[in-house]
Ligand binder design. Structure first.
Ligand code: ZN
Ligand code: ZN
Length: 337
């Protein structure tokens, strides 16, 4: 992408893997909300030109010197964060919030090419029976895995997820997959709620037509309400609804990325002893948990894919998302078969 809404294709030499690197034939790339911000020129931390692509699955085609953990033919997905390893977060197990963090496809070139080379250390092997579509969704699923882990032990908890887009859907499925008692997904988009039902979410609510507070009480009880709330809408009304519908002493995990900084009633957070917990991206363990959840059949990824475009039609993928966001969940780019 050389400028907002401008994609240029370029013929380059196939890159050879350096020592410690793996060469990957890219198969699928998932398009996510952050990519769309780049497309619109609205991503605060991306400059042009940039090769996009950070939700990726591919096949190992060559190994650099010293690489022993992979072999040609392996299915893999890159953990797309490049970090310094020296700053306070990096030296305290939080490299996902490294002071110098670069995410491929945003601050350094991503995977939108036929062949890509990547450090073996940051590559995760996918099971042979996993599809490349599923493989490309391990990255967004890892966002959900970290978010649910941030809530502590989710076993037996009643969970409310605000927002049922791809991330909200995956958070809801992950909460259930990791042992939540029951999960409710809230969204003003009926199509997304249908997808949540298809993925086995227990309750859905459309706050534009139904009363959220009544649905919460009907599902979880007037005293108990939700034990944990995940905010996945990224808009002020979503966060506001989470705070105003929380039982006292509830944890609210803030998963969404906010385009516009929301303003909320901190007096409620204070008086009800709500805990707002931030979560950003994932680490490589979250990738492994994500793969396990899919492998064990606890998270379904296939229902999320609403569209697939060939590599040459990258632009059309964005145009479709712009034209009909209400019927779009995950859009896949088929780079190679
Ligand atoms: Zn993404
Ligand atoms: Zn760092």
């Amino acid at each position: 992408m050389t400028a907002p809404k401008t994609i240029r294709f370029q013929q380059i030499d196939i890159p050879a893997p350096d020592p410690g690197e793996v060469q990957i034939n890219i198969k699928r790339i998932g398009v996510c909300g952050s990519d769309i911000h780049v497309y619109h020129g609205l991503h605060p931390y991306t400059s042009y030109p940039i090769v996009q692509g950070h939700e990726t699955a591919g096949e190992v085609t060559a190994l650099g010197e010293g690489v022993t953990d992979f072999k040609p033919g392996d299915k893999v997905t890159p953990e797309p964060q490049v970090f310094c390893g020296k700053c306070w977060p990096c030296t305290h197990g939080l490299y996902n919030i490294c002071n110098e963090l670069k995410v491929i496809g945003f601050q350094t070139n991503g995977t939108a090419c036929d062949y890509y080379t990547y450090p073996a250390d940051c590559l995760v092997k996918l099971p042979d029976e996993m599809s490349y579509d599923e493989g490309a969704m391990i990255e967004p699923l890892s966002v959900a895995v970290r978010a649910v882990k941030k809530a502590g032990d989710i076993k037996g908890k009643e969970v409310l997820v605000m927002g049922a887009g791809p991330i909200g859907n995956l958070v809801a499925q992950t909460a259930k997959g990791l042992g939540a008692a029951s999960v409710m997904a809230a969204d003003i988009n009926g199509f997304r709620l249908e997808k949540a039902v298809e993925c086995g979410i227990d309750y859905t609510v459309n706050p534009s037509r139904e009363k959220l507070d009544e649905k919460i009480i009907a599902a979880f009880g007037a005293e108990k309400k939700a034990d944990v709330i995940f905010e996945c809408t990224g808009v002020q009304p979503g966060l506001e609804a989470a705070i105003t519908n929380a039982r006292k002493g509830t944890d609210i995990v803030v998963v969404a990325v906010y385009g516009k900084a929301p303003t909320v009633d901190m007096a409620l957070v204070n008086e009800a002893e709500l805990r707002l917990i931030g979560t950003a991206r994932y680490n490589i363990d979250d990738f492994r948990t994500a793969i396990g959840l899919v492998n064990d059949g606890k998270v379904k990824l296939a229902p999320l894919v609403t569209d697939t475009f060939d590599f040459a039609d990258y632009n059309a993928a964005y145009e479709k998302i712009d034209k009909s966001p209400e019927t779009t969940m995950k859009v896949m780019i088929r780079v190679n078969d």
